[in-house]
Design a protein around this ligand. Structure first.
Ligand code: GLV
Ligand code: MG
Length: 346
C-alpha cells in the first residue's frame, strides 16, 4: 500500500471520526503472505535477500519469539538488512514490541530515522483500543518529520486481546495510517482464557455431534454418530472483516503454528480468504506457497466472474447463466474477484 501522493505531514493528526480512509486513494499492493523472520538470527537473516520477489511481504519480527536478550540484536539486524537490500516489489514490514514493553520506544526511535524510507508498514501487537493507534500515529508523525521522510509509514494492528476485539471498529478507524488488521490467535486465546495450547488452527475437542438415530421415538445413544470440528476463529475473523471493510482497510488471518500440517494450514487460510481476508502470515517458507495459492482467486473463479461481468452488460437487471440467476449483487461479488486478479497480475 505505498505510492501515495500524500506526504508524511498529512498524517500529523489522528483521523477525525468519520473521515474516509486515505487507503481508498492508495493503489493496493498484494500482501498474500507476510513472511516473518527474526533479524537477530544470522542464518535466517542471510537468506532474506534471496527471498525478495518470491513473497509479497518480508517482516522483520522484533516481538514475541525473539528472546529478551536478543531484542537489540534484532533491531540492529533489521537496520543492517534493510540498508543492504533492494526490496524491489516486496514490501518491508516490521513487528515492533508491544506498547507496554521496555523495548518499543527504542524500536521506533531507532527504526524510523535509520530505515523509515524503506519501511512500508509497522505491525503493532496487542492493540487494545484507538488510544494505542493514536499514540503510534503521533510518534511516527514526529519521527518522520524529524527524519524528513516524504512518505507515511502505515500501521497494521494485531487483534489479540479481548479488549482489542471489543474495540475493533474504533481501532480500524483510529488513523489514516491504518493499513489492516491480523488475527493473533495465540495471544487472544490466552487473553480470553480459552483452554487451548496452539498457535492458530482448530481443536479436536471443539465439535458438534450428529443427533442420535431414533427408533420409535427413542434415541439410540449407543449408535455411532459423526462429529464435525467447528472453527474456533470464525467469530473473531468475521468481526475483523466487517470492521476492516467498514473502514476500507485489509483483514488478514495470522499465524498457523503447526508447520508440518500443511493440509489444516491450507484449510484455515482458505476459510479466511472466503470470509474476506486478503492474506495471512507465513512462519516457514513452505507456508508462502500455500498463502500465495489460497489468497489468489482460482482460474475457474476468474473465468466465471468475467463471464458474469460480460453477461450483465450495463450492470443492472438479472440474467440466467448455467441455470443460475445473476444480478447486481452477484455482479459486485464477481467484480471483487476480477479486481483482485488484476491487482495480483499488475
Ligand atoms: C500472534 O502474535 C499471536 O499471538 O497469535
Ligand atoms: Mg501475539
Amino acid at each position: 500500500m505505498t505510492g501515495s501522493s500524500r506526504s508524511a505531514k498529512d498524517f500529523f493528526r489522528p483521523l477525525a471520526v468519520g473521515a474516509p480512509s486515505p487507503l481508498t486513494e492508495i493503489p493496493a499492493r498484494p500482501s498474500r503472505a507476510i513472511h516473518f523472520f527474526d533479524p537477530s538470527n544470522e542464518k535466517m537473516a542471510a537468506k532474506i535477500p534471496a527471498m525478495v520477489g518470491t513473497v509479497d511481504v518480508l517482516l522483520g519480527n522484533l516481538e514475541d519469539a525473539v528472546k529478551a536478550d536478543n531484542k537489540l540484536a534484532a533491531r540492529e539486524g533489521l537496520v543492517k538488512i534493510a540498508k543492504a537490500t533492494d526490496f524491489g516489489p516486496t514490501q518491508l514490514w516490521t513487528r515492533i514490541n508491544s506498547l507496554d514493553s521496555p523495548w518499543v520506544l527504542d524500536d521506533l526511535t531507532t527504526l524510523v530515522p535509520a530505515i523509515g524510507g524503506k519501511l512500508d508498514v509497522i505491525m503493532v501487537p496487542k492493540v487494545q483500543g484507538a488510544e494505542d493507534i493514536h499514540y503510534v500515529d503521533r510518534l511516527l508523525a514526529q519521527l518522520e518529520a524529524k527524519a524528513g521522510l516524504d512518505r507515511p509509514i502505515l500501521i497494521h494492528a494485531i487483534l489479540e486481546t479481548a479488549r482489542g476485539v471489543a474495540n475493533v471498529e474504533e481501532i480500524c478507524g483510529a488513523s489514516p495510517r491504518m493499513q489492516g488488521l491480523s488475527l493473533g490467535p495465540a495471544d487472544l486465546a490466552a487473553d480470553r482464557r480459552m483452554k487451548t495450547t496452539r498457535v492458530g488452527g482448530g481443536h479436536p475437542g471443539y465439535l458438534v455431534r450428529e443427533d442420535p438415530p431414533r427408533v420409535d421415538g427413542t434415541a439410540n445413544l449407543e449408535a455411532h454418530r459423526a462429529t464435525y470440528q467447528q472453527d474456533l476463529w470464525h467469530y473473531t475473523i468475521a468481526r475483523m472483516v466487517d470492521a476492516c471493510a467498514m473502514h476500507g482497510i485489509y483483514p488478514y488471518y495470522g499465524p498457523f503454528g503447526d508447520i508440518a500440517d500443511v493440509v489444516a494450514c491450507e484449510d484455515q487460510f482458505r476459510n479466511a480468504f472466503l470470509l474476506g481476508c486478503v492474506g495471512t502470515w507465513s512462519l516457514h517458507p513452505k507456508q508462502i506457497a500455500i498463502a500465495n495459492r489460497v489468497f489468489s482467486p482460482s482460474v475457474e473463479d476468474i473465468l466465471h466472474a468475467r463471464r458474469v461481468v460480460a453477461a450483465m452488460g450495463d450492470g443492472t437487471g438479472a440474467v440466467m447463466l448455467d441455470g443460475k440467476m445473476e444480478d447486481d449483487a452477484s455482479l459486485k461479488q464477481c467484480l471483487v474477484m476480477v479486481r483482485l486478479a488484476e491487482e495480483l497480475a499488475a
